[in-house]
Design a protein around this ligand. Structure first.
Ligand code: SAH
Length: 341
């Protein structure tokens, strides 16, 4: 009968208090359990030592506390770690932990595989295996923090999958991250290939999440060639949705731009990008160094710095994201679950 018990991760504190109340237990007991689970990272009722034995047994009998299982862990020379998790509902996904001075970023997956086939991305070549449940997204953070003891200050939805095509699960994970694990929304970035409806819905949320949009080319035909699945989503409709986000938030967004040799790194690309970033869209450009993927016909552009300078000269804000964890295939777009030994 294990399958019928509710998963603890999906419950809110209010629900737990109600449940406890109807069982004749005081609200502070619910609070205690909550602290064990979400603040101390203890998910086994037997280890909640200040609870009466009967309550520990009750929790054990009535709830499931499934945890992810670490299948594989690889460290890069630069300190980046790639984690392969087996998830409670079956199958596995990768998360990447990236230390950078005082900043510790965990990059999480929102889907198992991806339904977009961005030509340059290894995950894109896998296809979509399944949607992740909200709690499975959350457990990647919970597992890294509490099972592995890794410090985490920032979270980015830049692993496998397209977060805005698993919208309700991603929202559930975001609620868990902010309201249960205590992460500030400003330290959580959602990276999207560009789903206008999803961007608009995100703009309506009360929290101020950071938004990154994977543009890669502001020339419609080029973007279509790079991201064929997005062919039916026009750049104008995306620009309108992003502008709405900026206006609603009174904030900047980030445009991600993987610089590919001889593909999107020329003067016409700079000009198109310059035109794309105009009010009401407020955006900074993050140029991404391409991580080569075996079998794919792309090379990193040698013009990264030059391209950045060209954008700066035209008054844009442009930064470069150098590759991390490339030696263990943990860089952007390299997550395809091959085990690097
Ligand atoms: N589906 C989301 C998250 C994907 S990964 C999105 O498209 O934004 C995060 C970023 O890595 C995206 O900008 C993606 O286009 C980029 N990326 C994909 N493959 C890459 C590669 N091989 N090298 C560098 N960046 C890559």
């Amino acid at each position: 009968m294990v399958g019928v018990k509710p998963v603890f991760w999906t419950a809110s504190l209010e629900e737990l208090k109600r449940e406890f109340d109807s069982a004749g237990l005081p609200a502070y007991r619910a609070q205690q359990v909550w602290q064990w689970v979400w603040q101390k990272g203890i998910a086994q009722p037997t280890q909640m030592t200040d609870l009466p034995q009967s309550l520990r047994q009750k929790l054990e009998a009535e709830w499931r506390f499934p945890l992810p299982r670490l299948l594989h862990r690889r460290s890069s020379q630069d300190g980046t770690q790639k984690l392969l998790w087996e998830l409670p509902e079956g199958g596995s996904v990768e998360s990447v932990w990236i230390p950078q001075r005082q900043r510790f970023t965990l990059c999480v997956s929102s889907q198992m595989g991806c339904s977009f086939n961005c030509r340059f991305c290894a995950t894109g070549q896998m296809g979509l295996e399944r949607q992740l449940k909200g709690y499975e997204i959350l457990l990647q953070v919970y597992g890294a923090k509490f099972l592995l003891g890794l410090p985490i200050t920032h979270i980015v939805f830049m692993g496998m999958g397209e977060p805005l095509l698993n919208y309700s699960a991603v929202m559930e994970a975001l609620t868990g991250l902010t309201q249960r694990m205590g992460f500030s929304a400003r330290r959580i970035t959602i990276s999207t290939v560009g789903i206008p409806k999803g961007i608009e819905r995100l703009a309506e949320r009360p929290e101020r999440f950071e938004l990154a949009f994977s543009l890669h080319s502001a020339i419609p035909e080029k973007r279509q060639a790079l991201i064929p699945t997005a062919a039916h989503i026009s750049l104008e409709s995306l620009r309108a949705a992003l502008a709405y986000y900026c206006q609603k938030r009174r904030d900047w967004i980030t445009l991600e731009y993987v610089l590919l040799a001889n593909i999107n790194d020329g003067p016409e690309d700079v000009a198109a990008l310059r035109d794309f970033v105009a009010p009401p869209l407020a955006a900074k450009v993050n140029l991404i160094e391409y991580n080569p993927t075996p079998g794919l016909p792309f090379r990193p552009s040698p013009r990264l710095k030059e391209f950045q300078r060209a954008l700066l000269r035209r008054g844009l804000i442009a930064t470069i994201r150098y590759s991390r964890g490339r030696d263990i295939a943990a860089g952007c777009g390299q997550l395809a679950r091959q085990l690097v030994s």
